[in-house]
Each structure stands twice: as structure tokens, then as C-alpha cells.
Design a protein around this ligand. Structure first.
Ligand code: SAH
Length: 367
């Protein structure tokens, strides 16, 4: 993948890092840094901004990927509707609630419920029922984020009332042209943007994000993505490098995919997002770990403050592959916990067990 850049080479990194409000071309400049020394400087600065604004504490969200049944046919995603090679599954209520209780008992503080997209009444009731059951079983003490795609205002409200308080809906790309290249014609960019405002109006802490390093994407596009987050006054970011899935159309456009370059680009985007948006929550996505075994920990050092360890039963993980080389397919939740704890502590970071770790940006905007 080649990145085209029109940025001004006379810009000075040290000067830009000292500035408070970065302009689009300065953001683009930071994203396009290529000298390893400069990139390291960028990461260190972002880490400092993180410590000053949200501390060096890492919050956990145990992720439960409870179903891969999906009505959408996104061109990049391994579980897209038309991928006939995927064995479809749906965890039952008991399995989902048990996974959440495991996260609670292991002091994770929060869970994320994610699945392929459905919006039929049966699914809406199922999710509502699960949210209530998790709240009841954990004495209302477990934080719940959901990531269940585009829904109506009414559905967002029902799930909010049932106990979810954070919602992650990635815009995937804030550029309508790239968005339409990534999605079939029945997906509307504007509707996805509308969903972000419904979520905000409902009272959720709103998370969005993009895939980084999509074929054809430029540094300028990524700078615009960041400005989109700012304009939407987003509370949390979940974004990660795009990784081809061999059974999808977008993979055919990915050309010479280079894990190292893709990882660095993902980390730079995290760092610049932290520098610009300061007090939001930023997740170190699992896709970073798919590119390098300690990619997520590198994300923490570049400005992320959230990690989402998988707490789904291992028997389902293989069927929830959004991209190739998904890590930890055969590692159960207990193994994941100890492996992750050691790695994070090894990086000199602290895990804040048992806390929701809500977005400070959200708290500030609700005052
Ligand atoms: N159905 C939900 C959840 C989607 S899966 C929704 O639409 O919000 C969660 C995220 O995985 C997606 O938002 C997308 O950004 C990411 N993803 C999917 N395929 C990917 C790929 N090939 N590489 C990297 N990330 C991918």
C-alpha cells in the first residue's frame, strides 16, 4: 500500500508538538512521519499527554463476541453475510451471562458485548434480556458497553434503559467515498453518522473509530477522520489497523500488505488522536496484536488506555474472525487474563481492576 502525501516538509516536529490546537496539515504531517526517531518522539509525547489527562491506568473491558450472524455485507469483514465459509453461531443467554459474570468475578470492571448486526424484534428483545440479566447477576456493578451496529433510536433507548451505558459504532471511514467503496449500496454513510447522534441523545458515552490503512486511504483522509472525531465530540475511540480477510473483496485491493508498516500507522493514529483529543478513552485494538504479539501494549505506550481481553468461550472464537490471523484463538479467559496482566505490568503500566473507567471526556461534557 502506498501513501500519498502532500505535506509540507518544512514543518518542525518539536514546534508542532508544543502547539495546543493542531490544524489539519499539522495532523497530516504527524501521521506521515517516517523517521523512526521522530516516530518515537511522537509516541513519547502522546504517552505524556495520556498521563497528564487520563493517567497511566489501564482499564479492562472483557469482550464477549456473542454471535457472528450478520445481515450486513461489508466488503472488508470476514463475517459478512455472503461469506458462506463461516460457521454461524449464536451463544445462548446463559453462556453470555456466564462470560459476563466471569469478567465481573475477575475484577475486569466492564464488558463489551459485540456481534454481527441484526435488527429483528427477536434480537432486540434477546439483547435487552441479556443486559438486564447481567445487571441483576452483578449487582449493577459491571459496566456494559455494546457494539451492535446501526439500530433505531427506540432500540438504542431500550438497550440503554436495560443497562448499557457505552456504545461503540465505528464510522469505519469519515470519507463518504471510501465508505461507499467499503460497503454495498444498501449501507448509508449518512445513516451511520445519524446513529452517532441518536446514541449521544440517548445518553450513551459514544465511541467511534475507523480502520487505519484501508487500501487507497491517504494521510489526509486519516487527518480528516481525526477531525471528524473532534467535530462529533466523541467520548471513546476504538480503532485499529485494517487487516485483510482472504475471503473478502477488499482483500483483493490490499496489494502488498506489510504488517510492520500497518502496525506503525495504527500506532501513529492512536498517538495523534491522543494528542488532539486528550481526555477521551482510546482502546488498543486486538487488530494491533494480530500484527505483532505485543502490538496492544505498544498501543498503550502510544496513548491508548483501554484493553479489551476476549472472554468468549474459545470454541466460538474461530468463527468470529473479522480479519486473518486473529490472536489467542485457543487461549481461555483465565490464560488470557494472566498473560495480559503480565505483559501490561511488564510495560510499566498499571491495570485499574474493578473500575468502569468511564470516559473523562464524557464526564466533562455532562457537567
Ligand atoms: N456489527 C457491529 C460490530 C462490527 S465488528 C458494527 O457494525 O458496529 C467490529 C469492527 O471490526 C468493525 O467496526 C470494523 O471496524 C472492524 N473490522 C471488520 N473487519 C476488519 C478487518 N478486515 N480489519 C480490521 N478491522 C476490521
Amino acid at each position: 500500500m502506498t501513501y500519498i502525501s502532500n505535506i509540507n516538509n518544512n514543518m518542525n516536529l518539536n514546534k508542532i508538538l508544543k502547539k495546543n490546537d493542531l490544524k489539519r496539515d499539522e495532523i497530516e504531517f504527524l501521521l506521515s512521519l517516517s523517521d523512526p526517531v521522530d516516530i518515537q518522539k511522537l509516541f513519547e509525547h502522546a504517552y505524556q499527554v495520556k498521563c497528564n489527562n487520563v493517567s497511566n491506568k489501564v482499564y479492562l473491558r472483557g469482550i464477549i463476541e456473542f454471535s457472528n450472524i450478520c445481515i450486513k455485507d461489508c466488503n472488508y469483514c470476514g463475517i459478512r453475510k455472503s461469506n458462506k465459509n463461516v460457521k454461524r453461531f449464536q451463544m445462548d443467554k446463559e453462556e453470555i451471562v456466564n462470560a459476563a459474570v466471569w469478567a465481573y468475578e475477575n475484577n475486569y470492571g466492564s464488558v463489551v458485548l459485540q456481534s454481527g448486526e441484526r435488527c429483528d424484534p427477536e434480537f432486540i428483545c434477546f439483547v435487552e434480556d441479556i443486559l438486564k440479566a447481567i445487571k441483576a447477576k452483578t449487582d449493577n456493578k459491571l459496566g456494559i458497553t455494546i457494539s451492535l451496529g446501526e439500530q433505531t433510536k427506540e432500540t438504542y433507548q431500550r438497550w440503554f434503559t436495560a443497562g448499557a451505558h457505552r456504545y461503540l459504532l465505528r464510522i469505519e471511514s469519515s470519507n463518504p467515498e471510501i465508505y461507499s467503496r467499503l460497503h454495498p449500496s444498501d449501507c448509508s454513510f449518512q445513516e451511520r453518522v445519524n446513529c452517532l447522534s441518536y446514541l449521544r441523545a440517548t445518553g450513551y458515552q459514544v465511541g467511534t473509530g475507523v480502520m487505519i490503512g484501508i487500501p487507497g486511504q491517504t494521510f489526509a483522509n486519516l487527518a480528516d477522520d481525526l477531525l471528524f472525531f473532534q467535530e462529533q465530540d466523541i467520548d471513546m475511540i476504538g480503532m485499529g489497523p485494517y487487516i485483510p480477510h482472504h475471503e473478502t473483496p477488499t482483500a483483493d485491493e490490499a496489494g502488498n500488505f506489510n504488517s510492520e508498516t500497518q502496525l506503525t500507522l495504527g500506532l501513529k493514529m492512536i498517538a495523534v488522536t491522543r494528542i488532539v483529543l486528550k481526555n477521551i478513552n482510546i482502546a488498543a485494538a486486538t487488530a494491533l496484536q494480530a500484527l505483532k504479539y505485543d502490538g496492544r501494549e505498544m498501543g498503550l505506550k502510544a496513548g491508548a488506555n483501554i484493553i479489551m481481553p476476549n472472554v468468549s468461550d474459545t470454541k466460538y472464537r474461530e468463527s468470529y474472525q473479522l480479519y486473518d490471523n486473529k490472536p489467542c484463538l485457543d487461549e481461555n479467559s483465565t490464560q488470557c487474563k494472566s498473560c495480559l496482566t503480565n505483559r501490561v505490568l511488564g510495560m510499566g503500566e498499571e491495570i485499574e481492576f474493578g473500575k468502569w473507567g468511564d470516559s473523562l471526556h464524557f464526564k466533562a461534557r455532562c457537567k
